[in-house]
Design a protein around this ligand. Structure first.
Ligand code: EPU
Length: 346
């Protein structure tokens, strides 16, 4: 049986990326199962086409049209596995919506991913940048990732240690054309400690008695409220979340800067210090900046916004101006967070 899905030509991607920048795919298809993926990978290989796997399109910037095959991930499904005592493994297919999966786990009483509520995008995108928020990262609960390995043509299971997770980092970022994520296994528990230490989250629950511990669903709802106060909804203000990573500095650089800028916030990470990029951008005067097309969000300086008809190049140009400015002022080079999809993809 031929599992090849419908492959369309010259398809607009404007509504399939949360920055809503204009771009077209030379070829485009949607896959709902593994056999379709294998067939379509074969189709692209025989035509020597570049492929791009698209999830929610919430962490990438198109600089123009993509001259290859865009594969939209639509594999759906959730199931529980290895339930024992108060532990269980939640298996999520790559095309599931991440936030809905968080609510599903939290409302079943399972803890581990409730702090990651409202992060836009699909399950398949989550391990790429090892999504994280409010003191929790995906890798804290991730057991394994099932992938299609384009190099060998095999479907394989990568255990968490083999994924080389770091802050907004993984093997999938460095070998971006090699792996396609098919499903995740998350080890959750009804009894693991909640992570409520992050400033704003701690403030949210500060009035509560210690014995009156919130449920995971209450934590997810708190995170949703906090995010909504600060982070723009991509449907109303197109954006790709944090545009830069928070830089992690060596102690001597940190101390040197702290002497010059005593009010600079910083959080220890091992024997290094993480500085909020939002603070550096904000202090450099960019928060709320906008030109006629693109700008910087007025409540979270780490988020770039496509206000009206901006292109990917407009966004990157603005990011570059910010990067240079911060570099000149603080001697810190900010690293971009979203993936850049160049138009000369062949
Ligand atoms: N700050 C400013 N100006 C701003 C915003 C923040 O000075 O406009 C300062 C404040 O001092 C604040 C500090 O920066 O206390 C940290 O801000 P925030 O708590 O908003 O977190 P962040 O470091 O800017 C990171 C993640 C977010 C995640 C939040 C909460 C990165 C690149 N970003 O932002 O992730 O939601 O922490 O955990 O690590 C994303 O990746 O897309 C994302 C939104």
């Amino acid at each position: 049986m031929n599992a090849l899905p419908e492959i369309r030509e010259n398809v607009a991607l404007d509504n399939l990326n949360t920055l809503r920048v204009p771009a077209r795919a030379r070829w485009f298809c949607e896959i709902t199962g593994q056999d379709e993926l294998l067939a379509v990978a074969d189709w692209a290989r025989t035509r020597r086409l570049c492929t791009l796997l698209l999830g929610g399109g919430s962490n990438l910037v198109f600089t123009g049209d993509f001259d290859g095959l865009v594969i939209a991930m639509a594999m759906r499904g959730r199931r529980w596995e290895s339930v024992s005592g108060d532990q269980a493994t939640l298996v999520l297919k790559a095309g599931e919506n991440w936030h809905e999966s968080v609510l599903y786990a939290a409302s079943s009483g399972f803890r581990g991913i409730e702090n990651l509520a409202l992060i836009p995008g699909t399950v398949g995108a989550a391990p790429i940048q090892n999504i994280g928020a409010y003191g929790v990262e995906l890798c804290d609960t991730l057991e394994s990732v099932t992938v299609y390995d384009a190099r060998t043509g095999d479907i394989r299971v990568l255990k968490a240690p083999g994924c080389c997770f770091g802050y907004r980092d993984s093997i999938f970022k460095h070998e971006s054309n090699r792996y396609i994520v098919l499903e995740l296994r998350l080890r959750l528990s009804r009894s693991r400690p909640l992570s409520l230490g992050y400033g704003e989250l701690a403030d949210y629950f500060s009035g509560r008695q210690e014995k009156d511990e919130p449920t995971p669903l209450e934590v997810a709802k708190a995170v949703m409220a906090i995010r909504r106060r600060k982070l723009p909804d991509p449907v109303q203000l197109p954006n790709a979340g944090s545009f830069f990573k928070n830089p992690v500095l060596g102690l001597s650089q940190w101390q040197h800067l702290k002497e010059q800028w005593p009010e600079m916030p910083g959080y220890p990470v091992g024997d290094r210090m993480k500085v909020p990029a939002a603070w550096l951008i904000d202090q450099s005067g960019w928060r709320g900046y906008r030109n006629e097309r693109v700008g910087v969000h007025n409540r979270q300086a780490l988020v770039l916004i496509n206000h009206s008809g901006g292109t990917g190049r407009d966004i990157l140009e603005l990011a570059e101006r910010i990067r240079k400015d911060v570099e000149q002022r603080y001697g810190i080079t900010l690293e971009r967070e979203p993936g850049i999809i160049e138009s000369d993809a062949r």
